[in-house]
Design a protein around this ligand. Structure first.
Ligand SMILES: Nc1ncnc2c1ncn2[C@@H]1O[C@H](COP(=O)(O)OP(=O)(O)OP(=O)(O)O)[C@@H](O)[C@H]1O
Ligand SMILES: [Mg+2]
Length: 356
């Protein structure tokens, strides 16, 4: 059982992720755009794309689009000019810089899929070569476990940062190439009372994050299922709030409270937050799922992501194996959903009025 940092992709899997034709992979390699690694699979030595190879490929495309790419195009892959459109046209991949550097997954209701989607999102974003920091703000430590960190109870958390003035940098650990984490453990459940007694309590997390923000393309927090001060602090720190709503009636019922909480935080702290609602655990065979999705889209039309996350056993399997859904089944529904969700949230722009 490989963990995320050891993941390797077959040329066909790489081609699907990079949106190029499979037949182009040898050319990409020959032209120096893609490096491949030899990996022993059973009795055979196979050429595979490691996580680092994949990241290098995407970073290179972004450099090319920014005009600083050093590697020449392959014979059937003419990227003569170095603007985003031509790179996208030649490769099928639009190499964007994330529009919102600080993001959070949020819902006061429990069990809607926040930790699962946060983990899958940060791993997928890291695969695309972004430098990502994941922050676990839930004492249950589910994001920490989902990222295969099992000694979180021995490590510093955001508690030490906000209450004991530990620099955030010192609470950061590396999980995989391009992916860092501030882990959480049960001790974080006790943060509310001491945090309440701190001066400028809602600004402390934002100030801590600002000091490390330069090192990352994307900073993504998983939050606890409550209207807590800690979550409020993350709302102050964030640019994009991803509300995960499972497509069941009670989850939908709680949405008005969630949106009202976000609205009052925006007013109180004079923040302009972009909000996205991600419908999760959708089952198109269930009438109730269809009804709730319909209600979400009619009541919160401008906030709903185009991507709907289907209920998929691969997602549970990935949770169990503490890895990415790509590792479980690269051709599965969950891998496709995580892919389009990641592309949507990375390039998500403020395309509607900021007031809710
Ligand atoms: N799209 C999905 N398909 C199938 N199972 C899913 C999906 N999304 C989440 N799950 C499963 O639902 C369960 C709850 O998910 P998760 O722990 O991520 O929710 P949460 O909102 O973080 O919960 P909490 O509020 O307790 O933090 C997990 O077992 C997870 O594997
Ligand atoms: Mg959770």
């Amino acid at each position: 059982m490989a963990s995320f940092k050891e993941i390797h992709f077959t040329p066909a899997e790489f081609a699907a992720i990079a949106k190029v034709d499979k037949s182009m992979v040898p050319e990409l390699e020959a032209s120096g755009r893609l490096t491949m690694t030899r990996k022993r699979v059973g009795n055979v030595d196979r050429k595979m794309v490691s996580l680092e190879d994949m990241q290098k490929y995407f970073r290179n495309l972004r450099d090319l689009a920014n005009g600083s790419g050093a590697v020449a195009a392959g014979p059937q892959m003419p990227v003569e000019s170095t603007d985003i459109e031509s790179v996208a046209a030649a490769t099928g991949f639009t190499p964007v810089t994330p529009q919102h550097r600080v993001q959070m997954f949020y819902n006061v209701k429990g069990g809607t899929g926040k930790s699962t989607l946060t983990a899958q999102y940060v791993m997928r974003a890291a695969m695309m070569g972004y430098k990502v920091l994941a922050i676990d703000l839930d004492g249950q430590g589910h994001l920490t476990v989902n990222l295969d960190i099992l000694d979180g109870h021995e490590r510093p958390t955001v508690y030490d940062v906000l209450i004991n003035d530990l620099p955030l940098q010192d609470a950061i650990m590396n999980v995989a190439p391009g992916l860092d984490l501030v882990p959480a453990n049960l001790g974080l459940c006790n943060i509310e009372i001491p945090l309440n007694n701190k001066l400028r309590r809602e600004y402390r997390l934002s100030e801590a994050i600002r000091k490390v923000a330069d090192q990352y393309d994307l900073i993504v927090a998983d939050t606890n299922p409550a209207a807590s001060i800690l979550n409020g602090s993350m709302l102050v720190a964030s640019n994009l709030v991803n509300v995960v709503c499972s497509t069941n009636p009670l989850s939908f019922h709680g949405m008005s409270l969630v949106m009202a909480t976000i609205e009052s935080m925006q007013r109180e702290f004079e923040r302009e937050l972009t909000v996205r609602i991600i419908p999760n655990m959708y089952d198109n065979r269930e009438v109730i799922s269809q009804e709730v999705l319909g209600e979400l889209r009619s009541q919160f039309a401008e906030f709903c992501t185009k991507t709907v996350m289907n209920r998929a056993s691969d997602m549970n399997e990935a949770t169990k194996r503490r890895t990415t859904v790509w590792d479980v089944n690269p051709k599965g529904v969950a891998a496709g959903d995580v892919n389009s969700l990641t592309e949507e949230l990375v390039s998500c722009v403020r395309d509607f009025s900021p007031t809710l």
